[in-house]
Ligand binder design. Structure first.
Ligand SMILES: Nc1nc2c(ncn2[C@@H]2O[C@H](COP(=O)(O)OP(=O)(O)O)[C@@H](O)[C@H]2O)c(=O)[nH]1
Ligand SMILES: [Mg+2]
Length: 234
């Protein structure tokens, strides 16, 4: 580490904890860094990986009684170039795909990020977060087709006021640990939990007939490759 090289996530941490790596992906300025900061608040020790201009934040926790050291990786803005250095994906155990609910383009770009993720990490659990809902809470009445289509847990979040941030990151950690420990049904479990989970806002009418948000159309209609990941029955 001191030389700026990457930690090895196959081995245990210095104090014997199981180690997982969680990455955030999405366009520039969607709030990836702020979300990590919000989740960690004061309990983090950022470490600089000079070689790759990346920062990682180590967070110690427990999942089902196992001590876990989680490294959240953050970029130094490389996402501006619409793709990440392969080292960012290397050995990652879970990914949070983030978009900005106030900027459609960041939602439309999700399939591109997802595609790149799958090139490097075909199997890892992926969660989706629509950030900045504090700007306009009515956005949470809209439906977003992309996460549903890929069977990803979806969270409306706000790094500014903290809505759902802990929930989303805890689920990402659980998914990462389950993936590393070769457990199979963790996503089902998270999805089931989410079905009984409501955003704590002044939700008056919860009709089932949410129409898909107009945000969705462009990105999805041309996403032919989306189907590849959809079903695999054999
Ligand atoms: N209103 C609002 N602004 C946010 C929120 N999260 C991030 N921002 C702002 O969005 C900008 C980009 O955030 P940053 O975390 O640097 O984005 P990143 O490039 O994805 O890491 C900053 O000016 C943040 O203050 C949020 O939940 N609500
Ligand atoms: Mg950032």
């Amino acid at each position: 580490m001191a030389d700026g090289s990457q930690p090895d996530y196959d081995s245990k941490s210095e104090d014997g904890d199981n180690k997982v790596k969680v990455i955030c992906l999405g366009d520039s300025a969607v709030g990836k860094s702020k979300l990590v900061e919000r989740f960690l608040m004061d309990g983090y020790q950022p470490q600089q990986l000079s070689t790759f201009a990346l920062t990682l934040f180590r967070y110690k926790t427990k999942v089902s009684n196992e001590n876990i050291a989680v490294d959240f990786w953050d970029t130094a803005g490389q996402e501006r170039f619409s793709s990440m250095h392969p080292s960012y994906y290397h050995q990652a155990h879970a990914c949070i795909l983030v978009f900005d609910t106030t900027r459609k383009i960041t939602y439309k770009n999700l399939p591109n990020w997802f595609k790149e993720l799958r090139q490097y990490r075909p199997e890892i659990p992926c969660l989706c977060a629509g950030n900045k809902i504090d700007v306009d809470y009515s956005i949470t009445k809209k439906a977003f087709g992309f996460p549903k289509k890929h069977n990803m847990p979806f969270y409306f979040v706000s790094a500014s006021d903290g809505t759902n941030v802990v929930k989303c990151f805890r689920d990402a950690i659980k998914a990462a640990v389950a993936y590393k420990n070769n457990s199979t049904d963790f996503m089902d479990e998270i999805m089931r939990e989410l079905e009984n989970f409501d955003l704590e806002t002044e939700g008056e009418d919860k009709s089932d007939e949410k129409s898909d948000s107009g945000l969705d159309s462009a990105g999805d209609s041309q996403g032919k490759d989306d189907q590849a990941t959809g079903t695999s029955t054999s």
